[in-house]
Ligand binder design. Structure first.
Ligand SMILES: *Cc1c(COP(=O)(O)O)cnc(C)c1O
Length: 397
């Protein structure tokens, strides 16, 4: 998945453009910036690549999620349904607004299960936030059906599946808004950065202002601009945007290399009795940043992952036991360990995790192993790696 493996002249050129002018900020200083607007240029190109009308860059994927939710009008006490399997950033973005993250089960797609989501819908629910984890694609049609039925928003967290598609559309472009991360380990990176995309003009206009202290961006005197509503600073810098612009030039190449390496591993594992692959929804294409598979039991999965580690096979993950990606280890959330007081609504409405039943998530995640697909591995290296993984599995089953 990591674009940082392919750093080179493209990124250097873009960054140097910015350093030569010395204008590291995306707004203002028009006379001094040698015509360079890297953030703006990135936004235009990214909207084209994603097939949407608007892109708003931000300082991180987490802030992209916060800005998307805020721009869609979500605030204090509003409930946002998200999966038990995701990165902690998903619920952090919700909590940042005083809104309440409500967890729902994932299934063999590794994404939100629509029936589980429907059970969590209340009159306070304002949005569903599916997360396309590990390059795999959430089945969006039933979730969209729920969003329409209950008149709530669909905000995609596509941070780990950039370039994947669903019914021929890029993930992130299907919901009311979609969010991406360009942190250091993502498919393309800015060092730190994020983006939200949308076809909704109101969300786009709100986001433009909200991520820059509420600035209306009218005219060319920042000090004279007005502030129609409260905002924060979630801006990206020109330097970070410049890195991303360089990376964007390699995006297709990265996806293609991931696809090739993924296929090599899939070919090696497909005929092993007891190994099943993640369920990819009909008409969906993953972004191939990880290869995800299931073993017949939790016991076997734990055995395989520990053997893979002993064999020094890097970048193999058992998310079920991971501190950052699965609800079972999110004790800071479930026990409400916050530095200051959480808002009354959050305290009152958070689920009682001792009494929630997430056995569907447990069933799938306890048996799941994910392996990162690197773009720097040659086909030969990938083949050797695939054979090693296969032999570890065969020896265990
Ligand atoms: C990386 C990631 C984020 C947050 O991105 P940052 O840029 O690190 O803030 C959000 N959601 C998911 C699923 C991620 O993997």
């Amino acid at each position: 998945m990591p674009g940082f493996e392919l750093f080179g002249d493209e990124e250097r050129k873009e960054v140097n453009d910015v350093l030569e002018s010395g204008i590291l900020m995306r707004y203002g200083f028009d006379g001094l910036r040698n015509g360079h607007f890297k953030a703006k240029e990135f936004e235009q190109k990214f909207a084209e690549v994603m097939g949407v009308k608007h892109t708003q860059l931000t300082s991180s994927g987490t802030s992209a999620l916060t800005v998307a939710l805020a721009s869609a009008g979500i605030g204090s006490g509003d409930e946002v349904i998200l999966p038990t399997f995701t990165f902690v950033a998903s619920f952090e973005a919700v909590l940042a607004l005083g809104a309440v993250p409500i967890l729902a089960d994932v299934d063999d797609t590794l994404g939100l299960n629509a029936q589980a989501v429907e059970k969590q819908i209340t009159d306070k629910t304002k949005a569903i936030m599916p997360v396309h984890m590990c390059g795999s694609i959430v089945d969006l049609t039933p979730l969209k059906g729920l969003a329409n039925k209950y008149n709530i928003l669909l905000i995609e967290d596509a941070c780990q599946a950039i370039g994947g598609t669903y019914n021929g559309q890029k993930v992130g472009s299907i919901g009311d808004a979609g969010c991406f991360s360009f942190d250091f380990v993502k498919t393309i990176t800015c060092g730190e950065g994020g983006a939200l995309i949308t076809n909704n003009k109101d969300i786009a206009e709100n986001a433009d202002k909200y991520q820059d202290h509420g600035h209306d961006h009218v005219g060319n005197d920042r000090g004279a601009e007005t502030h129609p509503f409260l905002g924060y600073n979630y801006r990206i810098s020109e330097l970070h945007a410049a890195v991303g612009l360089g990376q964007l030039k390699k995006f297709d190449q990265i996806l293609e290399k991931q696809r090739i390496n993924y296929s090599i591993l899939a070919e090696e594992l497909k005929d092993i009795d007891g190994v099943t692959f993640t369920n990819t929804p009909k008409n969906a294409i993953p972004n191939y940043s990880f290869f995800n598979f299931f073993l017949p039991s939790e016991e076997k999965a734990r055995e395989v992952i520990s053997k893979l580690k002993n064999e020094s096979l890097e970048a193999c993950f058992y998310w079920y036991a991971n501190n950052w990606h699965y609800y079972k280890q999110w004790n800071h959330l479930t026990q409400q360990k916050s530095l200051g007081k959480l808002s009354k609504e959050v305290v009152k409405q958070l689920q009682d995790f001792n009494n929630e039943d997430f056995s569907l998530s447990d069933k799938w995640l306890s048996r799941n192993i994910s392996t990162l697909i690197k773009v720097s591995w040659t086909e030969e290296e990938m083949k050797t790696r695939a054979e090693k993984i296969a032999s570890v599995i065969k020896a265990t089953l």
